[in-house]
Structures are given as structure tokens and as C-alpha cells.
Design a protein around this ligand. Structure first.
Ligand SMILES: C[S@@+](CC[C@H](N)C(=O)[O-])C[C@H]1O[C@@H](n2cnc3c(N)ncnc32)[C@H](O)[C@@H]1O
Length: 430
């Protein structure tokens, strides 16, 4: 039970660690943190500065805990149950393009804003004032709207706009129908029976296929994924620096579901001996070569390949999956791993770069919240899942006991893991 000394402990963590961050800002001539529209949109210290990042995390986690204690369980749960309204006001801001109708450095009246967006003034005001409680816009004087740092991102950052649109318009109804889908299809491992398909009334057609039918929706999905995977802790540098690629020499690396090949480009820059094949669906690989800088074109090939069918690149050194297996239930995850087998030479490595669920309460609470949210998102969209280290071990074992699982690792500040298995035909299949 939290005692009053815990409250004092938390306030002391907050005071000490905040001072550390603030002193660093002052010593390095960095602007202080602010909600002002001209304030930096990101914490202005690089991830590589582990000391300041650690101090920042301590403040974030301690303030959250102190907040939750002070609000108390009954009040917390009462309003938590209403938090879907945060999504509603955000969705309205997105849908009616409100941010672009507000001047960056000035203000606009609700009347003008209603005209510019074509929305009923009264309803617009209600929704914007709700969004303001989340620091999206501010009201510098009554009746006028101005930007904050957060609302400004909805003008300046197209990928963030896509992310907000995808989550508030496409995913929000999926979350609302996930329990219905669980009741209708108990324990389903089929992406065509997930909350998303129930919400959007296309049961039988999985989300990716449905979204792919509509170019604008597909484009928004792509932009949103760039926003997510370009976010803090997901940078590709962690992969480039977090595995001893150099020890593999002139290795051939097959990036399965590798999209436009940006992982291979990042590796090619640092490891001049490596050669790459990027595999993805035909439409995606058709655009791939145009996105590879010319100096790497002779080392990065593109190939259309469905990862549920037998792997055509034989005897490669590495078969790599990034953000692929978390989109799959175990049923399909096992199929994808088995599809590699005809191509594997002894010692071939299967490397997965994905989330790895922690044991409860063993990692930073901020990261735990994100990774568990990702896990339930996989359920609601695809009947897929995030996995812990043991789940990955089981997945490989179920696919074939000759996959020797070597474990999962990560680096400080990174929100993803690297899971590795080696193909060892000497292991008995029994
Ligand atoms: C979540 S994205 C991950 C992309 C990339 N690996 C990354 O790290 O950003 C999933 C990728 O899998 C591809 N994909 C989906 N189904 C596929 C299939 N059956 N065979 C091959 N690629 C597929 C998609 O086109 C997409 O590029």
C-alpha cells in the first residue's frame, strides 16, 4: 500500500530529476519545455544521452504515479471509463481539418473557424474545448482559438496527421467492437474475424486487404506506420548497432516483408560486404528500387514474394522479419517460419526485429504501457499478438524443433527487441 512516505519519495524523485534535466538545458543553451506552438515538438535531448533520458523517464513515471495516487482509485476509474471521448474530440479535429484553419502565430474566432471548416459553431466549440483539455489548441481569450505545440503538429507533420487519422477514424471503431468479435469468434486466430472486420462490416476480409482497396485509406495507413516506426525508441539505428552484423562477413540478408527496403539501406551503409534481397507484395516491391540511393542499387534487389509460400532465396545467411510476426496469430506465424525451411542451409539465422513483451512490472512503466497497448491493438485489428521471449521460443519450436532459439535482446532506449534462431538440421525432429 502506498504510504505518505511514498508521496514524499515521489516528490523528491520529481524534484531531483527535474533539476538534472533543467540544469542540462541551461548548460547547453536549450529552450525550456513548453506548450507554446514554437516550442520543440520533441524532447530536445538525443536518445544517446542516457543520463538525461533516464532522468526524464523517472520524472514521467513518478509524476504519473503521484497523479494516480492523488486522484485515487474511484475517481480514476470513473473518468478512465470516459477516456474514449479524448479520441472523439481528436477525431473531430482531424476529420474537420481544424488545425489547418488556425493561424500558426495568431488566433481565430470560433465563428471564423466554423465557417472555414463548415461545422456547426456550437458543436465545433464543444469539441475543441474538450481537445484543449488535452493541450490540443488553447483559448488565449474567450471565443478565440490558437495553436499549442501539439495542435501545430497537426499542421506541420503529415505522418502524424495520418497517425491521428488512422487511430481515431479506422482503429477506434475496431477497439469498440473487439469484445463483440471475441464473443462471436472465441479464440479466433483469423484476421478476418477481428474487431476491425466486425466494426467495418467486412467479416471474412482481413484488415490489410480491406484497407488496400481504398488508395486514400492505404496511403494514410502507410504514413501512420512511418510516424510510429520513426518514433522514439524505434529508430533503425538500434538494429544496425544492436547486432554483430560485421561478424557475418559478406552475408546475404533477406528482408521478408521489407517494404521499400529502408532497413537494408541502413545496413548497406555500414556493412559494405553485405548483399540484400527485399521481399514484399508485388505492388510494394515495384516502387522499391526508386527509393534506394543509387550507390546501393547493385547490392539491394527487390523480389515479389508472399511470405506464406516457400522461400525462393536459398542458402542465405539471414532471413529477417521486422514488424511482421506481431501482425500474425500463432497459426500464421508458424506457417511463415515453416515456409523458410526448404531454403535454409545449416547455420542460417532467422532474425526477428519486433516487440518482445516483458514480464509484468519488470520494465519502465511508460514502455510497458506502450507495448501492452500494441498487444491489444494487434488483437483488435488482426487477432494477432505481441509475444514474450517464451512465446517466441514456442513459436519456433512449434514450427520445427530444428530451429534453435537463441533468445531475445535489446539495447538501452530501444523499444524493440532482436530475437534470433539458428537452423540446426542435426537437432532431432522427434
Ligand atoms: C508492418 S509492415 C512492416 C514493414 C517493414 N518490415 C518495416 O519494418 O517497416 C508489414 C509489411 O509486410 C508486407 N506484407 C503483408 N503481407 C505480406 C505477405 N503475405 N507476403 C509478403 N509481404 C507481406 C506489407 O506489404 C508490409 O510492407
Amino acid at each position: 500500500m502506498a504510504s505518505s512516505s511514498r508521496l514524499i519519495e515521489l516528490t523528491s524523485i520529481i524534484a531531483i530529476q527535474t533539476k538534472k534535466v533543467d540544469d542540462y538545458f541551461a548548460q547547453n543553451g536549450l529552450p525550456g519545455l513548453s506548450f507554446d506552438p514554437n516550442a520543440p515538438a520533441d524532447f530536445p535531448v538525443p536518445n544517446s544521452n542516457l543520463e538525461i533520458q533516464e532522468a526524464r523517464r523517472k520524472v514521467v513515471n513518478a509524476t504519473q504515479e503521484l497523479h494516480d495516487l492523488m486522484v485515487g482509485p474511484r475517481e480514476s476509474i470513473r473518468w478512465m471509463a470516459w477516456s474514449y471521448n479524448d479520441n472523439l474530440s481528436l477525431h473531430a479535429v482531424y476529420h474537420f481539418n481544424v488545425a489547418k484553419a488556425v493561424p500558426i502565430d495568431g488566433e481565430v474566432s470560433y465563428t471564423e473557424l466554423a465557417k472555414a471548416t463548415g461545422v456547426d459553431e456550437n458543436n465545433l466549440k464543444r469539441l475543441i474545448r474538450h481537445a484543449m483539455t488535452n493541450r490540443i489548441f488553447k483559448e488565449p481569450r474567450e471565443g478565440f482559438v490558437a495553436h499549442t505545440a501539439a495542435s501545430r503538429l497537426l499542421v506541420d507533420d503529415p505522418q502524424m496527421i495520418d497517425w491521428v487519422g488512422l487511430c481515431s477514424a479506422d482503429f477506434f471503431p475496431a477497439a469498440a467492437h473487439t469484445v463483440d468479435a471475441m464473443v462471436k469468434y472465441p479464440g479466433s486466430q483469423e484476421p478476418s474475424e477481428a474487431g476491425f472486420t466486425v466494426a467495418w462490416r467486412h467479416e471474412g476480409t482481413p484488415m490489410f486487404m480491406e484497407i488496400g482497396k481504398n488508395p486514400a485509406r492505404a496511403k494514410r495507413f502507410g504514413g501512420a506506420m512511418q510516424s510510429l516506426t520513426g518514433g522514439e525508441g524505434y529508430e533503425v539505428d538500434y538494429l544496425v548497432d544492436g547486432y554483430p552484423w560485421g561478424d557475418l562477413g559478406d552475408a546475404t540478408f533477406v528482408d521478408i516483408g521489407g517494404s521499400f527496403g529502408f532497413v537494408c539501406v541502413a545496413l548497406a551503409k555500414k556493412f559494405p560486404g553485405m548483399k540484400f534481397v527485399v521481399q514484399d507484395l508485388p505492388k510494394t516491391v515495384a516502387d522499391g528500387p526508386s527509393k534506394v540511393p543509387p550507390e546501393f542499387a547493385d547490392r539491394i534487389q527487390f523480389q515479389a514474394h508472399n511470405f506464406l509460400t516457400p522461400q525462393p532465396v536459398k542458402d542465405a545467411d539471414v532471413y529477417f522479419f521486422r514488424w511482421i510476426l506481431h501482425n500474425q496469430s500463432d497459426k500464421y506465424g508458424v506457417e511463415i517460419l515453416r515456409a523458410l525451411i526448404p531454403a535454409l542451409k545449416p547455420g542460417a539465422r532467422i532474425i526477428i526485429n519486433d516487440n518482445c513483451l516483458p514480464k509484468p512490472n519488470t520494465i519502465d512503466p511508460w514502455d510497458e504501457k506502450i507495448t501492452r497497448t500494441m498487444d491489444v491493438t494487434m488483437l483488435e485489428l488482426l487477432n494477432a499478438r505481441e509475444r514474450d521471449e517464451n512465446d517466441y521460443m514456442e513459436l519456433f519450436k512449434t514450427a520445427d524443433p530444428r530451429f534453435k532459439f537463441l533468445g531475445a535482446k535489446t539495447s538501452k532506449g530501444c523499444r524493440m527487441h532482436i530475437m534470433e534462431a539458428v537452423w540446426d538440421p542435426e537437432i532431432s525432429k522427434a
